[in-house]
Design a binder for this molecule. Structure first.
Ligand code: AMP
Length: 275
């Protein structure tokens, strides 16, 4: 497995593969890899001739009070896992490689970027869209894969690629879970054992919300109460939305998605599923 830290090395290798007629698949990550990330690598390996992963903890998607400095960084073990999953190349740029002196661009979207995550993290999707646009232009992949775990992010990236005419097909990967249903996340490492026990209830409450026969407003109110009763310290949102746009649902909306973000202290736990 090749490890490159500069876009010039990356570009040279990608050009070579393209000249050989190989299709390129891309799996962007922030590292601290778990089975969820590795499932995206496996899925991409079966789709593309060459799989490129990136590890970049993107500073522009963190607000000053968030966990940028403490975000888990485990490069050596990440590379070992990526090699075991037959990744062809891992791109690990420095912050300076992505944001050199004088960098001035900010990519900002409306549509699916509005509401939900943006309420708690107004800076977040600008940071994500900016870095993903840059990474897609650096890698120029035929396919790029994003997890449904970050469902709103997936829709934002699809919108980004459409709006900017980026010639990459966006693919989604299903949520990989722990045995009790907790969606795997690099941030789960922050949970104490007491918080970890409560965290497992999120997926059960989300399933009840998604399957509820009650009118949505009642089902949502019940879910919020159930989360607080289970020991969550706050609920950022519990909603049923149009799965294609994340807009409000009507009686005619066929394709629905239930999404919850609940808090355990400072830790935000995200989960979602079809409703
Ligand atoms: P991150 O490193 O958190 O930025 O995540 C990198 C990619 O992995 C994103 O596309 C995430 O949606 C995806 N991902 C994170 N957790 C999971 C999971 N539990 N199952 C599937 N994909 C995931």
């Amino acid at each position: 497995m090749k490890i490159f830290r500069t876009k010039s090395e990356l570009r040279q290798q990608v050009s070579e593969w393209k000249q050989q007629g190989r299709s390129i698949g891309f799996v962007p990550t922030m590292g601290a890899l778990h089975a969820g990330h590795l499932s995206l690598i496996d899925q991409m390996n079966s789709k593309a001739d060459r799989t490129i992963a990136s590890i970049f903890v993107n500073p522009t998607q963190f607000a000053a009070h968030e966990d940028l400095d403490n975000y888990p960084r485990t490069e050596a073990s990440d590379c070992k896992k990526l090699a075991e999953h037959e990744t062809d190349l891992v791109y690990i740029p420095s912050a300076r490689e992505i944001y050199p002196d004088g960098f001035s661009l900010r990519v900002s979207l409306d549509g699916p970027a509005q509401g939900l995550e943006s309420e708690a993290r107004p800076h977040f999707f600008d940071g994500v869209a900016t870095v993903v646009a840059k990474l897609l232009l650096q890698v120029r992949p035929d396919f790029a894969i994003f997890g449904e775990k970050d469902y709103q992010q997936l829709l934002v990236i699809q919108q980004l690629v459409r709006d900017l005419d980026i010639d990459t097909q966006i693919i989604s990967g299903p949520i990989i879970r722990e045995t009790d249903g907790l969606a795997m996340s690099s941030r789960n490492a922050y949970l104490t054992s007491e918080q970890r026990a409560i965290a497992g209830k999120l997926n059960i409450i989300l399933s009840e919300l998604a399957q509820s026969q009650q009118p949505p407003a009642i089902a949502v109110a019940e879910a919020k109460q159930a989360l607080l009763n289970a020991g969550f310290t706050g609920v950022d949102y519990a909603v049923i939305r149009d799965a294609d746009t994340l807009g409000d649902i009507s009686d005619e909306t066929q394709n629905r998605r239930a999404l919850i973000v609940a808090r355990l202290g400072d830790i935000r736990l995200l989960d979602n599923m079809p409703a």
